[in-house]
Ligand binder design. Structure first.
Ligand code: KIV
Ligand code: ZN
Length: 530
């Protein structure tokens, strides 16, 4: 049934706070490097989110650098850094975000007794003191300060209210009340906000925010219930990634608000045509595949299988579709290049896709494009997107697949020989006979890099339809007790696999500098003494 659109008011605008790069990045196996985080943040800005939570700057020098670079390079959204209540955390968060045009510090402490007693091992009084000091300290630096009482949905509400009053008194401008463990139900979550507003009159003067986890599959429903109860910021992540079962999925929240706006009157500033591309980029860079039937961005979200549905949609799209695929940018892949397209055409196509590629990067992109165009008649927007994001993610400390040779057949054991450019510039060689061609190949890569990585997951998908499609491979491996993922794209599935495997090894090493230092000591001790 068509619903009449009402006039929009600023008070009904819901701010979208994206935490893909912070809570999302905390998902097991995800380890994005600085370049990847910068790419994603740039795309989030194109998507039009209001706030980017760029990371947890105290967590590691790598996290700090990435947040700082995003704060300096990404314009439009507020750039936010997360901090516990300790001053060292807040100082790190401020130093990382202070160069942004619109910096924010987000500080948090738990208010549930379970966390206070068992995790923090302190008292409620101490939590109040820490919240007071943290917000005051953060406000000393920055006018935009967010405070979150962690695990609030399992906490004593009156105590949480007291802590919120303190945070507001000290100058917090956004109060975010998280369902940290995904325990709440929509009615309960909405009632909690109504009760908090009654107990803490100061909440009327700040932005109230929701942050929901999906342990019971209710993150989007709970977020929506909170918004209906008056919250005007939703914390969410692309593809719903995040701790454990993940956060509320940004694309679901945004499209729920957009599709049913006439009914609830709420709206966001998100440029929804960028949703599909943002989802693909995050999936590609994190190695977290999107399930085919996922709402909004799943491969089948706009597909119709049953004959009766197909018949209906052919006659009139709205018979079985409540959204138009073009509103999330699913059918805007008009770019097609061929093997005669030149550098100029490539640059224009990339610009249309939102990539500004010049100089050496353009030369490299052109070289990769030519390799593909020689094998594939038409290079589409999806191909270019996959290739360029693959190429842009080369970072310091990377291993390069120089050459490989794999022999396999029904009458012999698979054998692989590889040559790898090591981060220091020298060549590493490896060969191996394995149980299958992939086993032989990856074992040879272990030998060439001098690492004992163990394969955990291996996925191959095609970027587009057709037998000449580009292969996109995702690898999850374990190295030195660390899980790390990597992706690779190529017209050749084995080459894509090798790129993905080497990238995953590099990510594991980047994530574990201590283990890497030990590796070098062990290698040095194997060297013959003069
Ligand atoms: O889930 C949670 O409570 C969080 C806080 C840091 C906001 O992620
Ligand atoms: Zn969270």
């Amino acid at each position: 049934m068509a619903e009449a659109q009402k006039e929009r008011s600023e008070g009904d605008r819901v701010r979208i706070f994206d935490t893909t790069l912070r809570d999302g990045e905390q998902s097991p196996g995800i380890s994005l490097n600085k370049q990847e985080k910068l790419e994603i943040a740039g795309q989030l800005a194109r998507l039009g989110v209001d706030v980017i939570e760029a990371g947890f700057p105290i967590a590691s020098p790598g996290d700090f650098d990435a947040v700082q670079e995003i704060a300096r390079e990404v314009h439009g959204p507020v750039i936010c850094g997360l901090a516990r209540t300790g001053f060292a955390d807040i100082d790190a968060a401020w130093n990382a975000v202070k160069d942004s045009e619109r910096p924010r510090i987000h500080t948090f402490i738990s208010t549930s007794d379970i966390h206070i007693e068992h995790q923090l091992q302190t008292t409620r009084e101490d939590v109040k003191g820490q919240a007071r000091a943290a917000v005051a300290h953060a406000r000393g630096y920055c006018e935009d300060v967010e405070f979150s009482p962690m695990d609030a949905t399992r906490a004593d509400l009156e105590f949480t209210a007291e802590v919120l009053q303190i945070a507001i008194d000290e100058g917090a401008t956004t109060i975010n009340v998280p369902d940290t463990v995904g325990y709440s139900m929509p009615d309960e979550y909405a009632d909690m906000f109504r009760e908090l507003v009654r107990l803490v009159p100061g909440l009327a003067g700040v932005t109230l925010s929701v942050h929901c986890h999906d342990d019971l599959g209710l993150a989007v429903a709970n977020s929506f219930a909170g918004v209906r109860a008056g919250c005007r910021q939703v914390e969410c992540a692309i593809n719903g990634i995040g701790e454990r079962a993940g956060n509320a999925s940004l694309e679901e929240v945004v499209m729920l608000l957009r599709t049913r706006e006439a009914s609830h009157g709420l709206w966001t500033g998100v440029n929804t045509v960028e949703l599909a591309r943002t989802s693909r980029m995050v999936s590609r860079m994190t190695g977290y595949q999107v399930q085919p039937n996922k709402a909004i961005v799943g491969r089948n979200a706009f597909a119709h299988e049953a004959g009766i549905h197909q018949d209906g949609v052919l006659k009139e799209r709205t018979t079985y579709e409540i959204m138009d695929a073009t509103t999330i940018g699913l059918e805007s892949n008009s770019i097609v290049l061929g093997k005669h397209s030149g550098r100029h055409a490539l640059r224009n196509a990339l610009e249309e896709l939102g990539f500004t590629v010049e100089g050496a990067a353009l030369n490299m992109a052109f070289k990769r494009f030519k390799e593909v165009a020689d094998r594939k008649k038409k290079v589409t927007a999806l191909d270019l997107e996959a290739l360029v994001s693959d190429e842009m993610r080369q970072s310091d400390g990377a291993f390069g697949l120089e050459s490989f040779d794999i022999e396999a057949g029904s009458d012999r054991s698979p054998f692989a020989r590889v040559s790898v450019r090591l981060p220091g510039g020298e060549l590493g060689e490896g060969s191996f006979t394995g149980d299958g061609p992939v086993d032989a190949f990856f074992s040879a890569l272990n030998a060439a890099t001098g690492r004992e990585a163990r394969l955990k997951e291996y996925h191959v998908s095609a970027v587009t339809a057709g037998r000449d499609a580009l292969a996109e491979v995702t690898v999850l491996l374990e190295l030195g007790g660390r899980l790390a993922q990597g992706q690779g794209v190529s017209p050749d599935t084995m080459e894509a696999s090798g790129r993905a495997y080497l990238r995953a090894i590099a990510n594991a090493i980047a994530d574990s500098p201590v283990a890497e230092a030990e590796h070098h000591v062990q290698e040095a001790s194997k060297a013959p003494t003069p």
